[in-house]
Design a protein around this ligand. Structure first.
Ligand SMILES: N[C@@H](CCC(=O)N[C@@H](CS)C(=O)NCC(=O)O)C(=O)O
Length: 238
């Protein structure tokens, strides 16, 4: 059984999709990041960077529990556990891994900043809005170029597609999907997968996937204010 700690943000949805695609048995604990669940000591034990998602595989290697944080690492772990969505052959495997890393290092962080400065930042910072909107468009172009020549990002449907897909949902990145027709074709194809649709239902009653995260001032403080700094200092002192 996989114990999943998550919230329906793009990084959480990746793992929802993967668990549904692989058919592994799992149970869910919601980590409501607007309420500060990510700072609970029991969660920090398995996710020291106070971010969801994280998992505990109750029957990990050697039959013993194993926890994993960072969504890219979780996808690789689950792919290796099931033998699905990550080829074994070195050339094909690294084709997938490089696009997975592209998601983790660029698509997630930069589109995340575009969402933040365009939607959630309490002050309007025109330079940051322009910079991250440009970066979002640049990344969509990279994807469009790739998907013009390939059905999926790296060979067949893989953990690279599973990782990028939820970031292309209609957030607030300042790009129009219709202007990137190959990305749109790929997005619509994956959207139809039954496992993807099942994954989107996880905790959807608490936060609708792809929609604005409702945050009051207390939630913004937890996510962007002193709580983050204090958590860092507590860890440094421990
Ligand atoms: N690189 C991490 C990023 C995870 C991440 O940014 N999670 C956010 C929500 S999408 C979070 O838990 N934020 C809570 C916080 O920063 O306190 C991953 O891919 O797992």
């Amino acid at each position: 059984m996989i114990h999943l700690f998550t919230w329906p943000t793009p990084n959480g949805i990746k793992i929802h999709t993967m668990l549904e695609e692989t058919g592994l048995a799992y149970r869910v604990t919601g980590i409501d990041i607007t309420k500060g669940d990510q700072f609970k000591p029991s969660f920090l034990k398995i996710s020291p960077n106070n971010k969801m998602p994280a998992i505990i595989d109750e029957t990990g290697p050697g039959g013993k529990p194993m926890s994993v944080f960072e969504s890219g690492a979780i996808l690789m772990y689950l792919a290796e556990k099931t033998g699905k969505f990550l080829p074994k052959q070195t050339r094909r495997r690294y084709e997938v891994i490089q696009w997975l890393m592209f998601q983790m290092a660029a698509v997630g962080p930069l589109l995340g900043q575009a969402n933040f400065f365009r939607k959630y930042c309490p002050v309007k910072v025109p330079y940051a809005i322009k910079h991250y909107t440009n970066e979002a468009a640049r990344l969509y172009n990279v994807l469009d170029h790739r998907l013009a020549r390939h059905e999926y990002l790296a060979g067949g449907y893989s953990i690279a597609d599973i990782a990028v897909w939820p970031w292309i949902m209609p957030y607030f990145q300042g790009v129009k999907l219709a202007e990137y027709r190959h990305v749109e074709r790929w997005f619509r194809t994956i959207e139809k997968r039954p496992a993807v649709q099942r994954g989107l239902k996880i905790l959807a009653d608490r936060q609708a996937p792809g929609e604005e995260i409702k945050m009051d001032a207390a939630a913004k403080e937890k996510l962007y204010g002193d709580t983050q700094m204090k958590a860092g200092k507590r860890r440094a002192a421990a």
